[in-house]
Design a binder for this molecule. Structure first.
Ligand code: SF4
Length: 337
């Protein structure tokens, strides 16, 4: 799938019928108030490329539950930028239960090419405890309605919500993969300040995943998504000052480079498997080297401690996410060969 630039406009909690237990858009989007469409348009005219294939995205709330007049304002703003060739498509995020046939038709007519649906889980009890207010079936229904209008659909999952465990995360992933979405975003649950989850955590009723556990689970999920040919376009919350400073994070597996931790974990497992069979010389694409070695060279050191010394050579002739040893090529994502 294409990886166009995304220009996000955050509309924190706009349209949301209630506050989900884990959600603090003001902290995760670092936008404290709703932007004004006219001001936003002027800013975009200055900042967008004169001609571009990027997508303007309306994130941070439940777009299709905004008052229709507000949706129209934003979509018209997008249509003007589309007509001027400044962007190539529009993208929105919304709740699975906020898509009807009429809404799907309206979005397609307005040039919306992609909709991101916050599924979070397919387990009814986990959804209930998270205060989502919709079922897993709503996600399947919304996806079908949007796809019938030619709109690409991405699904969001949140491992580690109250009442969830590894089994729930993998079950929800399987349910999501079975729907064949165009992509996934996977955000392990982090306890953010001011949320209902913070109260549960403070009272001892909720314990988030540790960072190592979330990385291990993420590695398993990424391997399965790859096996199903579904891209995971992001793991973990997008870094910002609120999150990186710790001011917004009460507890849980937040890391500004969470996706890299997962890729490094997969490389660790891949190389360890080969080293156990006696391989000690590896060739790989230079762009993979940072992930192979891991942050602070953690993989490099640990693999050498266990199996070393191991030797690595870079070659641009190799494909990304492939490692060669003794003339045999191995994919990063295969578990056994
Ligand atoms: S998770 Fe989505 S629906 Fe729930 S409060 Fe946040 S933005 Fe609104």
């Amino acid at each position: 799938m294409s990886r166009r630039s995304i220009y996000p406009i955050f509309l924190p909690h706009a349209g949301c019928p209630h506050r989900c237990i884990f959600c603090a858009q003001v902290l995760t989007s670092a936008c404290i108030c709703l932007p004004d469409p006219a001001v936003t348009f002027e800013t975009l005219l200055v900042s967008l490329p004169q001609s571009g294939d990027g997508e303007l995205a309306f994130y941070g709330g439940s777009f299709t539950l905004l008052a229709e007049i507000e949706q129209q304002r934003w979509l018209e703003l997008g249509a003007r930028l589309l007509a001027a060739g400044r962007i190539a498509a529009l993208r929105i995020s919304t709740r699975p239960d906020a898509v009807t046939p009429a809404i799907a038709r309206r979005l397609a007519a307005a040039g919306v090419a992609t909709v991101e649906l916050g599924c979070q889980s397919f387990d009814p009890e986990v959804l209930r405890r998270a205060g989502r207010g919709h079922s897993g079936a709503a996600a399947a229904q919304a996806l079908l309605l949007l796809r019938a209008e030619g709109i690409a659909v991405g699904l969001h999952l949140m491992p580690g919500l109250p009442g969830a465990d590894v089994g729930e995360a993998l079950h929800s992933l399987e349910m999501a993969l079975a729907l064949q979405p165009d992509f996934l975003r996977i955000h392990p649950t982090v306890v953010l300040r001011g949320t209902g989850l913070e109260k549960l955590y403070d009272s001892g009723e909720y314990q988030p995943l540790s960072l190592p556990a979330a990385v291990q689970l993420g590695a398993t999920m990424l391997r399965r998504a790859r096996a199903a040919n579904i891209p995971v376009i992001r793991f973990g919350l997008m870094a910002n000052e609120n999150l990186d400073s710790g001011a917004a994070v009460v507890a849980g597996p937040y890391h500004p480079a969470f996706g890299q931790l997962i890729r490094s974990r997969l490389w660790f497992e891949r190389i360890a498997l080969l080293a156990e069979r006696g391989c000690c010389f590896f060739r790989l694409h230079p762009a993979d080297l940072a992930d192979v070695f891991g942050q602070h060279r953690s993989n490099f050191k640990e693999l050498n401690n266990r199996y070393g010394p191991l030797t690595y050579e870079c070659s641009e002739t190799l494909s990304r996410e492939t490692i060669e040893s003794a003339g045999v090529f191995y994919s990063l994502f295969s578990e056994k060969d």
